[in-house]
Write a protein that binds this ligand. Structure first.
Ligand code: NAD
Length: 498
């Protein structure tokens, strides 16, 4: 299949410099040691861009720039209305450059261009506006009624806040993470994933154009073990937000613990969908296939364990198999593509490894999945969707695969379904599917996780907190009104009354 979407001249221009510099203190700079790394197109394995690689010295410069901006740029003390005007301007610029950002996102992650253009990128603008408006309508000075004292609580931004982010929704997660921090008056340093730094770097152009003061937003692209570690270890940061795997989350939390820096961890998941026997089976099968193939299954909260009532199993499985076989796999810039490649060869091998392990453990696939070939792109990192079944103790049913793979389990009654779901050490998101809303609501509350959805999967309205518990994270999550307060430190001011 050809790439049917023409690259915009702005995208070509942006990718041309060797290297694309990093963004520190409002300036585009090369790495102190002139080091670089490459970003690849997962759709055909080619080199997309050469990017400046941040090391400890560059991270230190970025934290210093964010600290300086916090002290001197006026950003933290700017009236909330004025800051909101700048964030709205940034949101407008994101909308205006939507197709450029979407092309970069599609190229770098492999996701279908349309999904980025109509989903990820507009979501960034919405998140910026949502937190800017919330900030305008929030009181940061509250009198406290206590006998014998005049007292109040005031909230102030913390200072430089660091964010280390993953590769599956690079731009959308920049929005979810930095919007509340910026609306509250903090400055930020972002370390994007090494696989997908491009949209975050382009976004910095818009930050400057919006008139946000230099040093308020800084981006240090590079590898986790170097740039990421240097950032999480840095004693100059005042808060940390991390989105990624539980393994790295532990390292980040330990580093923050050493420096006594408050940390938010948004980690992996092993989401389940519980499907009762009173549903429209065909429609739910379609919805769940769409959920697990969305973003090539590289979605932390997606429905990876399908817990089906035994009465619908025989009708559900052939339908789900058919819908999975119909998914059009291709390059993100081919308009016909429904599911792009895995983000990297490493990720593709991880997915294929779980399929092999499931067979080795005795699992018989309902649809085997495996490598996919896409005409014209023999070097792309493509995989086919898969449906697995077997014991809930199999590795593929317990661990996060992060690919278009669903593991099917059968249940007889409600309590068995709840037990099956709650066996997981993760706790991010699950869904319940039933026409009986009393039952659906009861089960939704019995599933242990940060989020339960009813008759849908993957719902993220602004204003509803999205967080994980247990192995899926800590620290309050994102997207809720409380997330804004997480980026404000409370301070009491008290005077004895005579
Ligand atoms: P990852 O943990 O490997 O990497 C995430 C980030 O951490 C990257 O920027 C990476 O460079 C950096 N990093 C790696 N090692 C580091 C170290 N030693 N010190 C500091 N930083 C380091 O995760 P990934 O493979 O990029 O993303 C996939 C994971 O992210 C999955 O587990 C997925 O579920 C999770 N995720 C969670 C959410 C959520 O909202 N809960 C959202 C998206 C992704």
């Amino acid at each position: 299949m050809p790439k049917s979407i023409e690259l915009a001249p702005e995208v070509k221009d942006f990718l041309a410099p060797k290297p694309i510099p990093m963004f520190i203190g409002g300036k585009w700079v090369e790495a102190a040691d002139k080091g670089t790394f490459q970003s690849f197109d997962p759709g055909d394995g080619s080199v997309l861009a050469t990017v400046a690689e941040a090391q400890e010295a560059d991270v230190d410069a970025a934290v210093k720039a964010a600290t300086e901006a916090f002290r001197k740029s006026g950003w933290p003390r700017m009236p909330t209305n004025d800051r909101a005007v700048l964030l709205h301007r940034l949101a407008d610029l994101v909308d205006k450059h939507r197709s450029i950002l979407a092309q970069l996102e599609s190229l770098d992650v492999g996701k279908p261009y349309e999904a980025a253009r109509d989903g990820d990128i507009p979501n960034v603008a919405q998140t910026l506006r949502w937190y800017a408006d919330l900030a305008v309508h929030t009181r940061l000075r509250e009198p406290i009624a206590v006998t014998g004292f005049e007292a109040r609580q005031v909230r102030f931004p913390y200072g430089p806040v660091a964010f280390i982010l993953p590769w599956n929704f690079p731009m959308l997660l920049v929005g979810w993470n930095i919007a509340p921090a910026l609306a509250a008056g903090n400055t930020v340093i972002i370390k994007p994933a090494e696989d997908t730094p491009l949209s975050t770097l382009y976004f910095c152009k818009l930050v400057s154009e919006a008139g946000i003061p230099p040093g308020v937003v800084n981006v240090v692209p590079g590898y986790g073990e170097k740039a990421g570690k240097a950032l999480s270890d840095h004693p100059g940061i005042r808060r940390m937000g991390f989105t990624g795997s539980p393994e790295v989350g532990r390292l980040i939390a330990a580093a923050c613990g050493r420096n006594l820096v408050p940390v938010k961890l948004e980690l992996g998941g092993k989401g389940a969908a519980v499907v009762f026997d009173d549903v429209d089976v065909e429609s739910v099968a379609r919805d769940l296939v769409n959920a697990v193939t969305f973003n090539t299954g590289q979605v932390c909260c997606t429905a990876t364990r399908w817990v089906l009532h035994e009465k619908i199993w025989d009708q559900f499985v052939p339908l789900a198999t058919k819908f999975m076989e119909e998914v059009r796999i291709g390059h993100g810039l081919d308009a016909a593509t429904q599911m792009g490649p895995a983000v990297s060869e490493k990720q593709r091998q991880r997915i294929l490894g779980y399929l092999q392990r499931n067979e080795a453990e005795g699992g018989e696939p309902l649809l085997p999945g495996g490598p996919a070939e896409v005409a014209g792109h023999p070097e792309g990192y493509y995989v086919k969707p898969a449906l697995l079944a077997g014991s809930p103790d199999y590795t593929a049913c317990r661990e996060e695969i992060f690919g278009p793979v669903a593991f099917l389990l059968k249940f007889r009654d409600e309590s068995e379904a709840v037990d099956l779901v709650n066996r997981s050490p993760y706790g991010l998101a699950n869904s319940v599917w039933s026409r009986d809303l009393a039952r659906a609501n009861r089960v939704a509350e019995a599933l242990v996780a940060g989020n339960s959805w009813i008759n849908a999967h993957n719902l993220f309205p602004h204003g509803v907190p999205y967080a994980g518990c247990n192995l899926s994270g800590l620290g309050g999550g994102v997207l809720g009104p409380d997330t804004y307060f997480d980026y404000l430190r409370p301070q009491s001011v008290v005077r004895p009354l005579e």
